[in-house]
Design a protein around this ligand. Structure first.
Ligand SMILES: Cc1ncc(CO)c(N)n1
Length: 221
């Protein structure tokens, strides 16, 4: 894709170092090379279940904003698809947790998770505009897509027990969905005022930082 046509691709390049730290984190690399500590994986699983619980109102708020602000019907359909998939995602977490013996009721969120969830909550107010929220949504999904697809690409040694997890976010349909979210964000950004564009870029950077902290939290005690 031509970078001039895609503001988000420009930001991915401009913030390359941060982007790589989010999408090629040591935790992800340890899954890919098979050295991952399963207790870290279980910690990630329990924490991410809490995160996804907060992600539900976030995604629905993006859906509501697109309903109100976007004249493009396909935007609404794509975001609605993402929202509708969350019910299945929460069931997946419950099922996966029971396989690993993780008790989802007894989990307290760690600081990095609480802070990320608070960040998500800040988007649900109506004064955050669609462009900024759509950028955050795209970035959040894309970090997981790029991270987990790397674990099932090429010469990986990802443990069999973790393949399902990696495929959940790493599969090519999810990749296509992320590309659709990117097109939505790009189209909004191109039409936005300079202030909104600046805010969207800041939000992109914040998502990367929160994702890095989330991986750090999962992989260390
Ligand atoms: C922390 C985090 N980021 C992104 C996603 C993707 O939905 C997720 N489930 N959790």
């Amino acid at each position: 894709m031509d970078n001039e046509q895609s503001p988000t691709a420009t930001w991915q390049a401009k913030h390359r170092e941060l982007y790589e730290r989010a999408t090629r984190h040591p935790f992800i690399l340890s899954i890919r090379d098979g050295t991952v500590d399963f207790s870290s994986f279980k910690r990630w699983l329990g924490q991410d279940y809490i995160f996804v619980g907060e992600f539900v109102p976030f995604v629905f708020s993006v859906l509501l904003k697109s309903w109100k602000e976007s004249e493009i019907k396909s935007d609404i359909e794509i975001i609605f698809g993402g929202a509708a998939a969350l019910s299945d995602e929460l069931s997946w977490f419950k099922n996966e947790a029971s396989k690993w013996g993780v008790d989802l009721c007894g989990i307290t969120p760690f600081t990095a998770n609480t802070e990320y969830c608070r960040f998500l909550q800040s988007f649900t107010t109506l004064d955050i505009n669609y462009t900024v929220a759509a950028t955050a949504f795209w970035a959040i999904e894309t970090v997981y897509q790029e991270s987990f697809s790397f674990c099932i690409e090429g010469d990986h040694k990802t443990p069999t027990e973790l393949l399902g997890t990696c495929q959940r976010w790493g599969n090519s349909d999810f990749g296509q969905y992320c590309k659709s979210l990117q097109q939505i964000a790009d189209r909004c950004i191109k039409k936005a005022t300079a202030d909104v564009v600046r805010e969207a870029e800041e939000v992109f950077v914040s998502v990367l930082k929160h994702e890095i902290e989330f991986w750090n939290m999962s992989s260390s005690e």
